[in-house]
Design a protein around this ligand. Structure first.
Ligand code: ARG
Length: 281
């Protein structure tokens, strides 16, 4: 797939764009052999060849957009390792490792940390507190938004704040379908987010309104196809093609939405953002 890059001088909002460094994991061993979120159904068959093909298309979009994509080798027996976002949180070249909530995924934490130790980062630190990396930590400008309620322990929010020296804002998730923050909130640029209000507690909704009065509010329909599980470089927003309403909202606000088909990885309860860990230098 080829993506035509619009000339940056004429596109509204394109000055917000930055090239990014991503880490991804090819879904060679992907399957749904256990169910740890409401999207996973072990009786529904998965087409692993199609999963790899769709994932390759996503990777190619990032490359066509001029981003760097680093790969971590997949490990047999860790089918969810494709969801690289959960592997760590990396800010200013410092990686805060993941410590998974479920035993089925526990071994992914050390696997990602070992890779990040060899990635030329400034540091890579093992976590003491349960946290699922960028699944529950999202960086917006100088802030880190942090989800809790299903996976990441609020104690990890404190641990990340101490390690990274960025303000970490705790947000409480209340709907099990949106078990990670990145299923309910998308960072679009350094000042702008989109979210589905129904996924958050009343107090957290109030916090989001205070911090982001101009946020895009996504509908229940777009949230239910994991439309908010999107990756933005500040201008181009890669997301599931199923989130048609959100795609229109993004366009109205001057972003360039790029729709993809990740139907197989959706069966594990993930979409674009889940497959993508940003390595911030
Ligand atoms: N099956 C995985 C789990 O339930 C999906 C993880 C999705 N990743 C994400 N960043 N939301 O843990």
């Amino acid at each position: 797939m080829t993506i035509l890059l619009e000339p940056s001088t004429t596109v509204p909002g394109s000055d917000r764009r930055r090239t990014r460094h991503y880490l991804m994991c090819r879904p060679e061993y992907f399957e749904v052999s256990y169910a740890i979120n409401p999207w996973m159904d072990t009786t529904v068959p998965v087409d692993v060849d199609l999963a790899v093909k769709q994932w390759e298309q996503l990777r190619q979009i990032y490359l066509d957009l001029g981003h760097t994509v680093e790969l971590i080798p997949p490990v047999p027996g860790l089918p969810d390792m494709v969801y690289a976002a959960n592997g760590a949180l990396v800010v200013d070249g410092h990686a805060y490792g993941a410590r998974f909530a479920h035993p089925q995924r526990f071994a992914e934490g050390p696997a990602y940390l070992a890779h990040l130790r060899d990635s030329g980062l400034r540091s890579a630190t093992e976590a003491h507190q349960v946290n699922e990396g960028e699944g529950d930590f999202l960086v917006v400008g100088d802030l880190v938004l942090a989800g809790t309620g299903f996976r990441t322990d609020p104690a990890a929010h404190q641990e990340a704040q101490e390690l990274l020296g960025r303000p970490v804002i705790t947000l409480r998730l209340i709907d099990p379908r949106f078990y990670h923050l990145d299923t309910a909130l998308a960072v679009l640029d350094d000042n702008t987010v989109a979210y589905y209000p129904g996924a958050f507690s009343a107090g957290s909704r109030a916090v989001l309104r205070t911090l982001f009065p101009d946020a895009i509010l996504a509908t229940a329909e777009d949230a239910a196809v994991l439309g908010l599980n999107a990756v933005s470089d500040g201008h181009n927003v890669v997301l599931t093609e199923r989130a048609t309403g959100f795609i229109a909202q993004l366009r109205e606000r001057g972003y360039n939405p790029i729709g993809v088909d990740l139907s197989e990885l959706f069966k594990g309860g993930g979409s674009v953002k889940c497959c993508t860990l940003e390595l911030r230098s």
